[in-house]
Design a protein around this ligand. Structure first.
Ligand code: ATP
Ligand code: MG
Length: 501
């Protein structure tokens, strides 16, 4: 009975010895290999006869590793102290792996039994994790944006370099403290605390525009902060704050709007200058009539030749002329009144008004105005249309006065569905291709300093696009009038008459 059991036990042990997942190795005190199991051979890639009788140095990475293992493990086990270490060892093909090696001194003999388990996978996972953690930490620390993690009391749990720099501290020193420990403005620190607590209570991510102080320079900086609250697995509240520094952006925006205002102001001034020049033109004629009438009648009177009828005639002339003077003033004053509300008017009315205002130029340079307007009334800002037409027409006349041929300024307008299309063209020859791209840029001009500022078309585009919500573009066109081929620039304005202004 007893021997039967021992046979079975032996079989079981043999089976176990070779089929276990664990590599088994027995060495003597010179560290020569006495016994190995199948698994051990597989782990190291050797055949049994390639190892038995050899020194275990064979499976160590090099002599240094072999000696090191002797110090930290082999010697201890010899002194009957069981031992388990993770150690890197070498396969037959030269590759290495991490093994958990556990040693036990065998009873009675001076042999040591080692078990070997391949734990490379654990190490790989650990290494990957380490790598990812380092990467994440680098990203968090390298980003120029402050990133912090706070608990419910607004104490820092995690702080990146950008935040630490702002607070003149280091990430390590900041952990466990709050904003109040760093920024002198207590109200600001209180706001930060209350704000994150509110968001944690609400449990919803929020974007907060807030200011903070750069402790080093004592400068206020503007932030757009994303604050994301969350709970950990124990239900504790935390909040992640990602602060986006928008100080420079704000500054740029401010500068931009200042610039825009300045441009608008300049354009008004330029328009005003144009108006004054026009008024001066319009006044020259009536003023000279008045002057002639007055000096003539004074002479007559001095000579005693002025009768009542003559005097009446002279006074009537002066009266008419002054009326004309005051009419021109009214015209221009009306033009300068800013439209407050959109009014009902027709494109043709606005165009006629424009030509009235520049009539002197039209006559002086013998410009033929051709109108073909077939569009319905619109509800819009009439004076803005007049300003647009003035800029385009004046540019046209500037170009036309340089040509010898018969000069044309043509306006056409039509409506397609609810779109209104206006085309204004001249036959002055057109614009160079590389110039054409720039004509709507502010300050772009090809004219002499005293003639042009280069903001006419810039303002025109601003008005059409921003105020009237339409579009405008310019192109070179060819057309025929009186069977003659004409070349010039055409401005096309397009907008929807149903757009709410
Ligand atoms: N009809 C046109 N024919 C040829 N060139 C044109 C025409 N309209 C505009 N341009 C070109 O576009 C440029 C820019 O026009 P814009 O009205 O913006 O400025 P400007 O007329 O030079 O000066 P201002 O600010 O006094 O109007 C002009 O200098 C000119 O070179
Ligand atoms: Mg112009």
């Amino acid at each position: 009975m007893k021997s039967n059991i021992s046979i079975e036990e032996n079989e079981i042990y043999n089976d176990l010895f070779d089929n276990t997942y664990i590599g088994i190795l027995v060495v003597d005190k010179n560290r020569d290999i006495l016994l190995i199991n199948k698994r051990f051979c597989e782990q190291f890639g050797y055949k049994e006869n390639e190892l038995i009788g050899y020194n275990i140095e064979k499976v160590h990475i090099d002599n240094r590793h072999f000696k090191e293992f002797g110090e930290i493990a082999f010697k201890h086990v010899l002194k009957k102290i069981p031992m388990s270490v993770d150690f890197q060892v070498k396969r037959k093909d030269g590759t290495t792996f991490w093994a958990k090696i556990s040693g036990d001194p065998l009873k009675h003999k001076e042999h040591i039994l080692w078990t070997v388990v391949d734990v490379s996978e654990n190490y790989e996972i650990q290494e990957q994790f380490q790598e990812q953690t380092t990467l994440l930490k680098t990203v968090i620390d390298e980003t120029p944006y402050p990133i912090v993690l706070k608990d419910f009391n607004a104490k820092f749990i995690l702080v990146n370099e950008a935040t630490a720099k702002l607070y003149g501290s280091s990430p390590e020193k900041m952990i466990g403290k709050d904003d109040g420990d760093f920024i002198p403005d207590k109200d600001m620190a209180n706001f930060f605390r209350k704000n994150v607590q509110e968001i944690m209570k609400e449990g919803k991510t929020r974007i907060v525009y807030e200011d903070s102080i750069d402790v080093e320079t004592n400068m206020t900086r503007n932030y757009m902060s994303i604050k994301k609250p969350f709970k950990n697995k124990d239900g504790k509240d935390f909040i992640l704050v990602l602060a986006n520094d928008i100080t420079e952006l704000n500054k740029k925006n401010e500068e931009l709007s200042k610039k825009e205002k300045l441009l608008f102001q300049q354009s008004k001034m330029a328009a005003m200058g144009e108006m004054l020049a026009n008024i001066a033109h319009q006044w020259r004629q009536p003023l000279s009539i008045i002057s002639t009438a007055a000096t003539g009648s004074k002479l007559q009177n001095d000579l005693g030749l002025l009768n009542k009828e003559d005097l009446n005639n002279v006074l009537e002339t002066i009266n008419l002329s002054t009326q004309h003077l005051s009419q021109t003033i009214d015209d221009f004053r009306n033009y300068f009144k800013k439209d407050k509300v959109a009014i009902d008017f027709n494109i043709e009315e606005a165009w006629n008004r424009t030509i009235d205002l520049i009539n002197i130029r039209v006559k002086n340079y013998s410009i033929n105005i051709i109108k073909d307007i077939n569009s319905p009334n619109i509800k819009s800002f009439k004076n803005e249309f007049i300003q647009v037409f003035l800029n385009i027409a004046n540019n046209g006349i500037d170009a036309l006065k340089e040509i010898k041929e018969k000069r044309y300024l043509i306006i056409e307008s039509e409506s397609i569905n609810s779109d209104i299309i206006i085309r204004i063209k001249d036959n002055a020859g057109g614009i160079d291709k590389n110039i054409l791209e720039k004509i709507f840029d502010p300050y772009f001009t090809t004219k002499h300093q005293s003639q042009g500022t280069g903001i006419g078309l810039y303002m025109t585009e601003e008005i059409i696009v921003k105020h009237l919500k339409g579009e405008i573009y310019a192109e070179n066109v060819e057309f025929t009038i009186d069977k003659k081929l004409q070349k010039g620039v055409q401005f096309t304005i397009k907008f929807n008459r149903n757009t709410n202004l």
